[in-house]
Design a protein around this ligand. Structure first.
Ligand code: NAD
Length: 281
């Protein structure tokens, strides 16, 4: 059984990205730039944004955080996005979610130039991904995809089961697996016989937000199990998969923490560089 080391895979990816940034700098005399808009004082968002900035700077990207109080009006945020859309030094724009209730998520996401949409949430990018065209891919499913491909480069014909249908995780994950010619089942809170669905999986990706939902007898021998869940419990952070039980039958499994999490930020950096390269053509 392989415990998938997301920390190491992410560190290797960041190293490759750093080399790529150095080469782009030599060739074009400029570096990709990432601007993050942070609204309010929500502690987890502040930590995520600080980590994103630190990782971006470590690989040589230009990084900027635009901060607003949680009372900021929607118009101010939209005008900032329009300004960043026009700014040639900004390759990627990310608005840290969740937003305060008085700001419309959809309006904000729609305002970002799809070519600078490093989160891959803009409808153009969602459509491009589902049509099989080039697009920004949401960072967490992209990270899961890279981890799966490291273990099993040829996914053609495999049975993949995705738990959760969020726009952030489940839906884009399904598209990525379909593109690899997997036969994909996407499940959700209304799915009947979830255990039976899971038992069919060669690849199981779980993004639900329920601690240890997936038990040992839900997974057949030889399955690759990717646990996206991050749940705070009395016993610390746990995933959506019961790691101790499931690791007995899985071929490979991501731990929580140390699995998918580190890949998310590394993929954000990757997406920023991709946006920069696309802006050159
Ligand atoms: P979400 O709440 O938007 O979506 C959860 C999905 O799970 C929904 O589609 C819902 O239908 C489904 N669901 C709920 N109960 C279910 C059940 N009993 N059986 C099957 N499906 C069920 O959540 P999200 O934003 O996709 O996040 C999911 C988890 O992933 C959370 O724990 C979150 O913290 C974590 N997460 C981790 C990362 C990372 O970098 N590792 C990034 C984003 C989210």
């Amino acid at each position: 059984m392989i415990i998938i080391d997301g920390k190491k895979t992410a560190a290797d990816l960041r190293l490759n990205l750093k080399t790529e940034v150095d080469n782009l700098k030599k060739k074009f005399n400029k570096v990709p730039g990432l601007t993050v808009i942070l609204i309010g004082e929500y502690a987890p968002s502040k930590i995520y944004v600080r980590n994103k900035e630190k990782s971006a700077e470590e690989i040589g990207l230009k990084s900027e955080i635009v901060k607003y109080p949680k009372t900021v009006d929607e118009k101010t945020v939209l005008e900032k996005i329009y300004e960043l859309n026009q700014d040639d030094t900004v390759s990627g724009i990310l608005v840290q979610l969740p937003l305060p209730k008085h700001i419309d998520n959809k309006k904000v996401i729609d305002a970002i130039n799809p070519r600078k949409d490093v989160d891959g949430f803009h409808p153009n990018n969602v459509g491009n991904l589902s049509s099989g065209y080039k697009s920004s891919i949401p960072c967490t499913p992209l990270g899961c995809y890279l981890l799966i491909k490291n273990i099993e480069p040829n996914l053609s014909g495999k049975k993949a089961v995705v738990l959760g249908r969020s726009n952030l995780n489940g839906k884009p994950m399904t598209q990525l697996l379909l593109k690899e010619n997997c036969t994909v089942t996407i499940t959700h809170s209304k799915t009947k016989n979830l255990k039976e669905e899971c038992l069919k999986a060669d690849i199981l990706v779980v993004a639900v937000g329920i601690p240890k939902l997936v038990k040992g007898d839900w997974v057949k021998k030889g399955t690759i199990v990717i646990d996206v869940g991050i749940n705070k419990t009395d016993k610390g952070i746990v995933g959506d998969v019961d790691f101790d039980e499931v690791s007995k039958s899985a071929k490979a499994i991501t731990p929580v923490p140390g699995g998918v999490g580190p890949m998310t930020i590394a993929c954000l950096l990757k997406n920023t560089i991709e946006c920069f390269k696309r802006s050159l053509v």
